[in-house]
Design a protein around this ligand. Structure first.
Ligand SMILES: Nc1ncnc2c1ncn2[C@@H]1O[C@@H]2COP(=O)(O)O[C@H]2[C@H]1O
Length: 345
């Protein structure tokens, strides 16, 4: 936090609350969204005068769209506070509660808009594969929050695209115009949208949490580290006999076996070189060594795998790189040999 003429009592660029990076990440921005919070503390009258004054940095809340109340922008009253204490900084932020709906202390209920079976059928078709609803199995449950309305253009205009701007912190990012004269839309109100978004993140975490705890490779990680991995995983199902990885291909993903069995083959050898069961991992070599796939991995039964993309693999699995590199494969260098003095003679 810095601004012209400001000296932080906690030192340059420091944050008294422990982190120096309060303004990073979309979630942080969403949590701070509040159009009219120019008063830093509702219980302290003099804060009315200090709020929003002087600084236009990330904590000043001084965006162009924010209403300018001239009465609130007069010089601060220092009486009772250390010089330049907390000027322009928001001490309280309000926004919609974003707790998951499973929380019994939360009395928020989504608005329900009943639908005909014909409407549900159309919705199911249109929304199949949409990640927002994929964690809800019951079709009627999935779409009951949505409200139908017909509309002529424009559908969304700059400045009123509330769901978009709320979730992505972009003020009025785009104008959406219907391409046909009559356009039927399904709408989700902003709060429901945000709640569902959050629910799907929680549901995904819950789904993977138990499984990841049982993966031997990840047993040394903290629950927090595992939850970050859970957020980045994507499940895929394959029938028996499917080639999940083909030897010689470039590698883009790492896999954990969630259910079923699989085997690894190397070219010129009809006998499997490795068997996989629930909790095992494969597909790490190409990503660790930036090399083509060293073997093919084929499902023996119907399988479910949890896939981690290359960048998430590099970002999240650093702490277990050593364990992966110590996995021995016949005829394959994993990279640890060069570093191990016992192997160098
Ligand atoms: N003998 C083996 N040689 C190489 N890879 C193997 C072998 N056995 C199993 N594998 C796995 O098969 C995967 C194929 O893709 P990767 O090379 O990325 O990573 C490989 C290992 O995870």
């Amino acid at each position: 936090m810095s601004g012209p003429g400001f000296t932080s009592p906690f030192g340059a660029n420091s944050n008294p609350f422990g982190s120096s990076r309060l303004d990073t990440g979309a979630m942080q921005r969403v949590a701070e969204e509040d159009e009219n919070d120019t008063v830093t503390s509702p219980t302290t009258p003099s804060f009315v005068q200090t709020a929003g004054y002087m600084f236009r940095g990330p904590f000043g809340g001084d965006s162009a769209s924010e209403p300018q109340h001239s009465g609130l922008r007069s010089p601060p009253v220092s009486e009772g506070y250390p010089a330049q204490y907390n000027f322009g900084r928001r001490t309280s932020v309000s926004a919609e509660s974003l707790k998951p709906v499973g929380d019994s202390y939360d009395n928020w209920a989504p608005p329900v808009h009943p639908k005909t079976s014909e409407q549900l059928g159309r919705l199911k078709q249109a929304m199949s594969g949409n990640f927002l609803f994929s964690h809800l199995n019951d079709v009627a449950k999935r779409f009951r929050f949505m409200r139908a309305f017909g509309r002529k253009k424009p559908i969304l205009t700059q400045g009123n695209s509330r769901a978009l701007s709320t979730s992505m912190s972009i003020a009025g990012a785009a104008t959406v115009i219907s391409a046909e004269p009559q356009c039927m839309l399904w709408a989700l109100d902003r709060v429901t949208f945000r709640r569902i978004l959050m629910e799907s993140t929680f549901a995904r975490r819950r789904m993977y949490e138990g499984f990841l705890e049982e993966v031997p490779l990840l047993s040394t990680l903290t629950p927090y580290e595992r939850s970050k991995i859970a957020d980045a995983l994507e499940s895929q199902k394959f029938p028996a006999g499917h080639t999940i990885i083909r030897e010689g291909d470039p590698g883009h993903s790492f896999y954990l076996l969630e259910a079923g069995e699989a085997v690894a083959y190397r070219s010129g050898n009809d006998t499997p070189v490795k068997h996989y069961k629930k909790g095992d991992f494969f597909g790490e070599l190409a990503l660790l060594n930036d090399a083509p796939r060293a073997a093919s991995v084929v499902s023996q039964t119907e399988v479910k795998v949890a896939r981690l993309g290359k960048s998430a693999f590099q970002r999240l699995l650093g702490p277990v790189e050593g364990i992966m590199r110590r996995t021995k494969y016949v005829g394959v260098k994993t990279g640890v040999e060069e570093m191990d003095p016992l192997q160098m003679s």
